[in-house]
Design a protein around this ligand. Sequence first.
Ligand code: PRP
Length: 214
Amino acid sequence: MRYLTFALTKGRLATKTLELLEELGITCQEMKDKSSRKLIFVNEELKLKFFLAKGPDVPTYVEYGAADIGVVGKDTIMEEGRKVHEVLDLQFGKCRMCVCGPKDAKELLKHRELIRVATKYPNIAKDYFYNKKHQTVEIIKLNGSIELAPLVGLSEVIVDIVETGSTLRENNLDVLEEVCPLSARMIVNPVSMRLENERIRELITKLRVLVQEA
Ligand code: PRP
């Protein structure tokens, strides 16, 4: 039997995924050692390998088949546009992609003004404004703390993830429009899906039962 390799998104999503797998009796003892600098973890018994990667790199590993399976946010899947199969909504990491800004920016959206949109997700923002809203905008790519942009006059609005809404509240910004709901998803390499169909199907079925029960 060959190894099935998982690429997990470093941080909360990986922790949640490992908890879920553990409920299915899939454990990876090595991975729990936080002080370890090891990059790949193996479960010899079940012939599984795991590694952690930055979110945007997870679909890349899966598209190229360096990982058979990935767990990553829907935002990243949409933004990266890789050739992978999205097979399961894992029902955690739930949040929303939103257009946010100061209250008065609502008028600018309504009148389809040529506004500036700051975001970590230029492809999602482009798709939303151009294809859905038919509004021409200028997209400015940032790498974090996106909420700063309207506060310092870099942009009129932002396209960003809203989870609890507290970052917006603390900075006097509002959700102006919702782009789409988000959550963690399982993705699979299309070739792996064919070659390892039985093993992967079984895993998806078990996980589906588990996340639907939760
Ligand atoms: C994300 C997101 C928002 C915040 C939303 O940023 O970009 O800033 O979390 O969460 P809230 O609605 O619960 O306040 P993250 O902390 O991941 O870091 P970043 O600013 O570097 O993108």
